[in-house]
Write a protein that binds this ligand. Structure first.
Ligand code: FRU
Length: 465
């Protein structure tokens, strides 16, 4: 039946069929979380990009809607963002019915093929019917290309009385400002010499989080491909200040949002009500090192679980903690307590809550076929080994041992989410996260643990489709 193919995630978002990459245009509006995504509806590999579309009232259950934005004479529709233009600053709606505005990259494949440098520009589309129909602005592109090959992924935020666009420009983030979303003025470049530059910079996001002491900090996300800490694509972030013009990082340490191999191009929802107060995130749960060749047929790729981001203090610096949104607890169908060091998980879709003792530990999740993943703490390092996780011969980059530094952090809680083809590990309430995809022939049904306290909690989860 629908959404029941081998490896099809049962409680993660995935496209109805064919190819998906980055989440795009996430905006909350009138009770609905909108999620758009890079989509090629004619094939299960990357190609001419469209914006696929889905909505949710709870971030957990998704309704697929028709494709929102399709390629036109200016090019394919690459990644970008969406905002609620409450004051109708763009004039694209009316004061009584202000528009949702999507800002995205046009990628002109003809210009690219011809060897031009200026084939990526920014365009906009708008909706005045709660995101159901999208009309392209006739004055597109709204931001032309100055002659730089990588010039994309606009993320627009309302800051004070202006719109600020963060744009990925090859090896830097470039900020532009606008009063009306149509005319954009250059503000500044962010390109600190100590940041990670192992690949091209993509998919920025600029927003605030509050420290535990109540101080507001500015956060800048930058996805990079390749050059991630465990190979391929990953997301680095900066904590600092944005003065309306310029972003400054307050420390010169490279920080990674997720140490798993499979959380890329993630950004946050705009227009979430202040009464909610959360900064909500979702990422693409794959990696450019192998995304096009993973062993699924009529659909490819899923998103991470939605997460709420918070700032925590670790020693001298601030880190982002990512916690699964509380709405996910609705998926819990039954709960059981397991004793000892070896037990059956008994649920294909499961959430495990485990409490390590101080010191080193090992957690092996495996099946009857001998396929398994191994999460271990050794000294000051956490490792995730998926070299024997299941089907893995599709790419040399896939069957690897991934490592994450603990930087002195004691591990006292692990929350692990198992879906058909993913393992997400949240350490200490999301202070460290590993999101990993896997392709076992059967579900991991056996847990073997060393170095844990006695009582383990297992929740059986229900699917969302
Ligand atoms: C990131 C990315 C973006 C681009 C999109 C194209 O994964 O490369 O920079 O807009 O994917 O699909």
């Amino acid at each position: 039946s629908r959404f029941d193919e081998p490896f099809r995630p049962q409680y993660h978002f995935s496209p109805p069929s064919q190819w998906m990459n980055d989440p795009n245009g996430m905006v909350y509006f009138e009770g609905e979380y909108h999620l758009f995504y890079q989509h090629y509806p004619d094939s299960n590999v990357w190609g001419p990009m469209h914006w696929g579309h889905a909505i949710s009232e709870d971030l957990v259950h998704w309704e697929h809607l028709p494709i929102a934005i399709a390629p036109d004479s200016l090019g394919w529709i690459f990644s970008g963002s969406a905002v609620f233009d409450e004051t109708n600053s763009s004039g694209l709606g009316t004061p009584d019915n202000p528009p949702l505005v999507a800002i995205y990259t046009y990628h002109d494949p003809v210009g690219a093929e011809a060897g031009r440098e200026d084939f990526q520009t920014q365009g906009i589309a708008y909706s005045t019917d709660r995101g159901r129909n999208w009309t392209k602005y006739t004055g597109n592109p709204v931001l032309k290309n100055p002659g730089i090959r990588d010039f994309r992924d606009p993320k627009v935020s309302r800051i004070g009385d202006r719109w600020i666009m963060s744009l990925a420009v090859k090896d830097r983030i470039r900020f532009y400002s606008s009063g009306n979303l149509l005319d954009w003025t250059y503000e500044s470049d962010f390109q600190p010499e100590w940041a990670a530059y192992g690949g091209v910079w993509e998919c920025p996001d600029l927003f605030t989080l509050t420290t535990p002491e109540g101080e507001e900090k500015w956060i800048l996300f930058v996805s990079i491909n390749p050059g991630g800490p465990n190979g391929g694509s990953a997301t680095q972030y900066f904590v600092g200040d944005f003065d309306g013009t310029t972003f400054t990082s307050e420390s010169d340490q490279v920080k990674w949002l997720d140490y798993g191999a499979d959380n890329y191009a993630g950004v946050t929802w705009s227009n979430v009500p202040e009464s909610d107060g959360r900064r909500l995130f979702i990422g693409w749960m794959s990696n450019w090192a192998y995304a096009n060749v993973v062993p699924t047929e009529n659909w490819r790729s899923a998103n991470t679980l939605p997460r709420a981001l918070q700032l925590i203090r670790e020693g001298e610096t601030y880190l982002i903690r990512s916690r699964p949104v509380a709405e996910l607890e609705k998926l819990r169908k039954s709960a059981s307590t397991k004793e000892g060091d070896s037990w059956d998980i008994e649920a294909e879709l499961a959430e495990l809550l485990l409490f390590p003792e101080a010191g080193d530990f090992r957690l092996e999740l495996g099946n009857q076929a001998g396929e398994k993943v191994l999460l271990a703490k050794k000294g000051d390092q956490l490792t995730f080994d998926r070299s024997q996780s299941g089907i893995s011969g599709f790419s040399e980059a896939f069957p690897a041992l991934h490592t994450a530094p603990l930087n002195g952090m004691e591990v006292n809680e692990l929350r692990v989410f198992l879906d058909r083809s993913s393992v997400e590990v949240f350490v200490n309430q999301g202070a460290l996260v590993l999101s990993e995809i896997v392709f076992p022939e059967q579900p991991y049904s056996q847990a073997r643990l060393t170095g844990f306290k006695r009582n383990h909690r297992v929740y059986e989860l229900t699917g969302i489709w």
